[in-house]
Design a protein around this ligand. Structure first.
Ligand SMILES: *[C@@H]1O[C@H](CO)[C@@H](O)[C@H](O)[C@H]1NC(C)=O
Ligand SMILES: *[C@@H]1O[C@H](CO)[C@@H](O)[C@H](O)[C@H]1NC(C)=O
Ligand SMILES: *[C@@H]1O[C@H](CO)[C@@H](O)[C@H](O)[C@H]1NC(C)=O
Ligand SMILES: *[C@@H]1O[C@H](CO)[C@@H](O)[C@H](O)[C@H]1NC(C)=O
Ligand SMILES: *[C@@H]1O[C@H](CO)[C@@H](O)[C@H](O)[C@H]1NC(C)=O
Ligand SMILES: *[C@@H]1O[C@H](CO)[C@@H](O)[C@H](O)[C@H]1NC(C)=O
Ligand SMILES: *[C@@H]1O[C@H](CO)[C@@H](O)[C@H](O)[C@H]1NC(C)=O
Ligand SMILES: *[C@@H]1O[C@H](CO)[C@@H](O)[C@H](O)[C@H]1NC(C)=O
Ligand SMILES: *[C@@H]1O[C@H](CO)[C@@H](O)[C@H](O)[C@H]1NC(C)=O
Ligand SMILES: *[C@@H]1O[C@H](CO)[C@@H](O)[C@H](O)[C@H]1NC(C)=O
Length: 546
């Protein structure tokens, strides 16, 4: 491989990706902000009027904007509290006791909480083989309204929403449903809180049986369409263990902003959505043209998903869906991903010419790229995937706060407020190999690792750092392929080329540490050897393809 300085220059834009590569794609907790200060929640009558879309970055107490990604975890929790307070009712905290089993193809999750019990079941579609398999949770069917073939190789998990709260669209709520029996104080809540809670409990269950079904719980997606598009959106926004949220034709009460919807035609608004789904108080306090009193709007519901991945599909042919509002809200939410430098984790496709909930071909192609990248872990380019036949003057809705940037430089060490020194691991840091930029530490071990080492000549698959002999280090964690040549795939780190190693062999073994058993776990520390996670109170090497 030969590269001129100019070709390095050409890829400076790509370097940006490596700088922000630390921004987590997913979290291991339902709500990383659960211990943050709760926001101010004024009585509806005392909420100030905000004509434009509220600033997603501003603390609810008006004391300025979030500055870091750690701040965002708390700000996200503020938005959650606002939506719960004014619109849905409070999502119960993770229950005291959840016990899951998988038998005869069915996942059974038994929840005991609040002196009650509930049981959720889901007939899984589990591929054969050893996995680990990504997971798709479909609202009311294994893959929502997308085709099962788009999720081949996935564990497909139908969320049977009636088990939590029975679907109705006549405003009549069945309070005998399991969720309302277990949480009788939430009988006035909106079904979307019951349903998001149910999806979270399915995820609890999947975590418990993951070894049995070879599940990769760091790659969970949720998807649904229409009322179930809202359901997928709330589920993804309210559980940070979801890596990719796909909201298809979710309409008013979904991605659409309540404020913008109040300014357009015959669309689903606060006045005319279904009040088994939302709290009646939403209509009483903010209906009849008072959406501008809400301290938040649904661009912030969408933004709660950031920095995780999000894709939404629209259908402008259906007036009721109000895609003008959806598009405006999406462009507003996009600012939050941009602020974190991870805008390629956000996409949409608003196009017509298809019936409600049967995605157009271009939508299938686009969403497949998101599925490939964020659930299958492939190096798919998902930049600039913002297709729309709908336009709006979205700038006028967001100009007050557009273009804001969040400092993500400490993202890698603080995604969950934990750094190596704060954890209870014994040795504070792994011993790095001496020297950087030469091959001493690589590929010369005892051979007791898991690599096959039989010299088949596939220079990228045995875990050795193949690019060293060409004078380049291997990439520590970069999975973005910038260039492929006959030597292999190349990425860029610290303004230098690095060879991308696709390997399932354990590079940290030779340093005396096992590799992490979880696929692509949380990263605590990076050094010249690679990136490190923590398992069983000890360091573990994160495989280089993560
Ligand atoms: C406003 O809220 C933020 C986040 O909870 C907090 O850090 C800050 O101290 C608060 N400011 C005031 C003036 O209360
Ligand atoms: C559960 O029931 C016991 C006994 O009736 C009561 O003391 C306790 O407060 C209840 N706990 C909850 C969370 O409702
Ligand atoms: C419920 O929502 C549907 C659309 O999702 C709408 O057609 C219907 O009028 C709504 N019903 C009520 C009672 O608001
Ligand atoms: C990714 O795709 C976008 C839009 O198609 C394009 O502008 C960009 O150059 C691509 N990036 C890479 C690294 O291929
Ligand atoms: C690590 O520390 C824990 C608790 O301090 C201790 O029980 C354990 O034996 C230590 N492990 C090693 C390998 O030193
Ligand atoms: C092989 O392993 C032994 C015991 O872990 C270690 O002492 C020795 O240095 C290793 N040799 C090489 C070449 O890594
Ligand atoms: C050698 O590599 C091939 C191809 O990856 C594999 O099928 C075979 O099991 C390996 N043999 C040994 C002894 O590791
Ligand atoms: C891995 O493959 C490379 C290139 O084929 C070879 O030079 C190296 O010896 C192999 N390493 C191991 C540990 O098998
Ligand atoms: C090398 O290994 C990678 C990863 O296992 C595989 O995708 C690729 O097809 C292999 N290439 C050759 C030439 O065997
Ligand atoms: C890697 O493999 C490719 C094809 O399998 C080969 O052309 C190339 O020379 C190899 N590179 C190294 C550094 O071994």
């Amino acid at each position: 491989m030969k590269f001129s300085v100019t070709s390095i220059g050409l890829i400076i834009a790509t370097l940006y990706k490596t700088v922000v590569a630390d921004v987590p794609l997913v979290y291991s907790k339902e709500n990383t902000g659960s211990s943050c200060n709760p926001p101010q929640l004024p009585n509806p009558g005392q909420c100030p009027t905000v004509q434009k879309l509220p600033d997603p970055f501003e603390w609810s107490n008006g004391s300025g904007r979030v500055k870091t990604l750690a701040d965002w975890e708390c700000r996200r929790n503020e938005i959650k509290a606002e939506i719960e307070n004014y619109e849905l009712g409070k999502k119960p905290a993770p229950p005291q006791n959840v016990k899951a089993t998988y038998s005869g193809g069915t996942l059974t999750v038994v929840i005991n909480d609040n002196n009650g019990s509930a049981t959720l079941t889901s007939k899984l579609n589990v591929p054969s083989g050893n996995g680990p398999f990504p997971i798709i949770i479909g609202m009311n069917s294994g893959t929502g309204s997308l085709s099962a073939s788009q999720f081949s190789g996935f564990i497909q998990v139908p969320f049977n929403h009636d088990q939590c709260a029975k679907y109705s669209m006549n405003g009549q709520k069945d309070t005998n449903a399991q969720f309302y029996k277990m949480y009788p104080n939430l009988k006035q809540a909106g079904d979307y809180i019951a349903w998001s809670w149910g999806v979270s409990r399915l995820i609890d269950g999947l975590e418990q049986v993951k070894d049995q079904i070879h599940a990769d719980i760091s790659h969970i997606g949720v998807t649904g369409c229409s009322y179930a598009g809202k359901m997928a959106l709330f589920a993804g926004a309210l559980d940070e263990r979801v890596a990719l949220t796909i909201a298809q034709e979710s309409g008013g009460g979904g991605i659409n902003s309540w404020r913008v919807s109040d300014t357009i035609g015959n669309v689903e608004k606060i006045d005319n959505t279904n009040y088994s789904w939302f709290m009646q108080a939403l209509k009483n306090n903010f209906g009849n043209g008072k959406a501008t009193k809400l301290p938040y709007d649904h661009h912030e519901l969408v933004a709660m998903i950031a920095p995780r991945a999000f894709f939404t599909l629209g259908n402008p042919d259906y007036e009721w869906l109000g895609d003008k509002s959806g598009y405006t809200s999406a462009m507003a939410a996009y600012e939050v991903w941009k602020a974190m430098g991870v805008e390629d984790r956000f996409g949409f496709n608003f196009v017509g010419g298809h019936t409600h909930c049967s995605a157009a071909g271009s939508q299938v192609n686009d969403v497949n790229k998101f599925i490939d990248r964020f659930l299958r872990g492939k190096n798919t380019n998902t930049s600039n995937m913002l297709s729309s036949t709908v336009n709006s003057d979205y700038n006028s809705w967001i100009s007050q706060w557009k273009g804001y940037k969040i400092d993500t430089s400490s993202a890698g060490s603080t995604p969950e407020n934990t750094t190596p020194s704060q954890t209870t691991i014994n040795n504070t840091q792994p011993v790095p190999t001496s020297g950087t930029g030469n091959g001493n530490g690589n590929g010369n071990g005892n051979g007791s690792g898991t690599g096959n080492g039989n010299g088949t000549g596939n220079n990228t698959s045995n875990g050795s750092c193949w690019s060293l002999k060409l004078g380049y280090k291997c990439c520590k964690k970069n999975n973005m392929v910038v260039l492929t040549d006959t030597d292999g795939q190349w990425g860029v780190e610290n303004n230098e080329w690095c060879g991308i190693v696709h390997s399932s062999s354990c590079w940290s073994k030779k340093l005396g540490y096992n590799c992490c058993t979880a696929k692509c776990p949380k990263e605590y520390y990076i050094d010249n050897d690679g990136s490190w996670g923590v398992e069983n109170n000890n360091w573990c090497g994160i495989l280089k393809f993560c």
